[in-house]
Write a protein that binds this ligand. Structure first.
Ligand code: F6P
Length: 533
């Protein structure tokens, strides 16, 4: 399956991307695709026509089309947990049945969404709770997929906010709870406890402390739960009418489209929330119907595989030139690294190559003044994924948006072109530098260039476009998982640390011995207890 690409490795690693442009006048358009109002440019990578053909063949040989159909059809493709993978059903606004074990699941999803919308409207128009004061603030308590998705989306869609202010508590560190709740009034704050399993230690501890802050049991009337463990929400004391459930075939990191997105629905309203869903659904339809070469998620995935497997670059930077997408890199870290950071194939056999890229990033232009030094001159090449909107939301500040776009385009240009020593010398000579100083300084001003990047351009960051972008990345992760032959929908790797943390709680609380702990851990614990005051 991989041999054709493996054979290209040496050539691809030494190839000049600029020469690819010189050899092909049509490269800018030929290695770029447009669909659904998005433009994805991958011309500034070392992929040539033969490389692209080999990548597409790789996807075909991996059985992508059949596996994609199986996912949308509700087959149990999450084999290690015996579950279907149907987050796409949460954003399916059509009427055609989606079956799991022979049962249509769309009806239940719609009912829940209608109940969410009813409550959201009541909170937004002030008619909830029927007495007492109007809700001005909402606090979502959750972690991982029960935090990152809604937090990222709420931040991204700030221009569409016309509901209560949304806040997020995730960390078990009491500082998160304290600092978030400090400015809020418990009487006008709605608390959302978001946890798929309703067993997550951090979330339950935060929820209990938030309940105490809100006034104890009497305040449960201002609590909402989002979970697939509806019974456990009842045990916590949150009544059924304010529990929004979802099924176990929605993975935590894929759950923003359903109840876990309730804070987003409160912030932007049910109508705009549906636009977010329809953006996701439009990307689903594109993913299902476009040819592989014209398929945005497929090509995004294949470019990532080329950079990682053929060129040998283990990490990728996600660089949105959109301040409101500041949490997108963190969101994608969970999406990509929790999904594909695996060591074994679906059948349990060890993977023959390292799957799962290291994903990191920050919005531009801030990153330029922090880590871009390494990206431009460091000895490890980091493929960069730029994204930018053609239009901002601040027409009165259009100068800012022009500067943002200029910076975004300049970075990919600089990564590609670099600067030769001759050019560096000429610049310095023009400033009057000469002799040994010139020899020394010019070396520091050389940029090797030939560093790969892609650019995703969208019109404007609206609910619809955000839905498209999130679904685009979800499907990218799916395609990569299919090609590596792994299960992108479980996360056993997070369990061991959780088990050990639970085991250590009694020892940290003082008293109990940390049974079985390594000598270094025992030493650290003793030191901490000694200094805990
Ligand atoms: O620890 C990892 C994880 O299970 C994620 O997959 C999940 O998004 C997060 O914890 C939170 O889980 P829950 O929504 O069940 O509280």
């Amino acid at each position: 399956m991989w041999s054709q690409l493996d054979d290209m490795r040496k050539d691809a690693q030494t190839r000049s991307i600029s020469e690819l442009f010189e050899a092909d006048d049509a490269r800018a358009n030929g290695f770029c695709l447009q669909g659904e109002g998005l433009l994805f440019d991958y011309a500034k990578t070392s992929i040539d026509a033969a490389g692209r053909a080999a990548l597409i063949k790789l996807a075909q040989d991996a059985g992508l089309a059949a596996k994609r159909a199986a996912m949308f059809a509700g087959e149990k493709i999450n084999e290690t947990e015996g579950r279907a993978v149907l987050h796409t059903a949460l954003r399916n606004l059509e009427d055609e049945a989606v079956l799991v074990d022979g049962q249509d699941v769309l009806e239940g999803i719609k009912d829940t969404r209608t109940r969410m919308a009813d409550l959201a409207r009541a909170i937004r128009d002030g008619s909830f709770p029927g007495h007492g004061q109007r809700i001005t603030d909402v606090v979502n308590i959750g972690i991982g997929g029960s935090d990152l998705g809604p937090l990222m989306a709420v931040m991204a869609l700030a221009p569409f906010h016309d509901g209560p202010r949304c806040h997020f508590i995730s960390n078990v560190d009491g500082a998160d709870l304290t600092d978030t709740l400090a400015p809020l009034d418990p009487e006008t704050t709605l608390v959302i406890v978001a946890s798929k399993t309703f067993t997550t230690q951090e979330t339950l501890l935060n929820a209990r402390s938030a309940l105490a802050w809100a006034g104890g049991e009497a305040a449960l009337g201002r609590f909402v739960a989002l979970s697939s463990a509806v019974d456990k929400c009842g045990e916590f004391g949150i009544p059924e009418e304010r529990v929004f459930g979802f099924e176990d075939w929605v993975g935590g990191r894929y759950s923003v489209w359903g109840p876990i997105g309730f804070s987003l629905m409160l912030a932007i309203g049910p109508t705009d929330f549906e636009k977010f869903l329809s953006g996701g659904q439009a990307m689903d339809r594109h993913f299902q119907s476009a040819t592989l070469q014209n398929n945005l998620p497929v090509m995004l995935a294949l470019v990532g595989i080329w950079n990682q497997q053929v060129c040998g670059h283990p990490s990728r930077a996600v660089l949105p030139y959109e301040q409101r997408l500041a949490r997108l890199p963190a969101y994608l870290q969970q999406l990509e690294m929790e999904s594909n950071g695996k060591g074994v194939a679906m059948d349990g056999s060890p993977l023959s190559r390292v799957a799962g890229p290291l994903v990191w990033g920050e919005p531009g232009t801030n990153g330029q003044h922090a880590f871009y030094q390494l990206i431009h001159q460091g000895q490890q090449v980091v493929p960069c994924e730029f994204m930018v909107g053609a239009r901002g939301h601040e027409p009165e500040l259009s100068e800012h948006h022009k500067a943002l776009i200029a910076n975004c385009l300049a970075q990919s240009e600089a990564l590609l072109k670099g600067r030769s020593e001759a050019e560096a010398r000429a610049q310095l000579e023009a400033k009057g530098v000469s002799g040994s100083k010139l020899d020394q300084l010019s070396k520091h001003r050389v940029f090797t260039g030939n560093r790969p990047s892609t650019t995703l351009v969208y019109g404007q960051l609206t609910p619809f476009v955000l839905g498209q972008i999130v679904a685009l990345y979800e499907h990218r992760v799916f395609v990569e998982g299919v090609i590596y032959g792994i299960n992108s929908f479980d996360q056993w790797g997070v369990e061991l640390g959780k088990e050990l943390a639970n085991g250590l709680v009694p020892a940290v609380s003082g008293g109990a011995q940390p049974g079985g702990a390594n000598a270094s851990t025992v030493m650290l614990l003793e030191h901490i207890l000694e200094h805990s005051g």
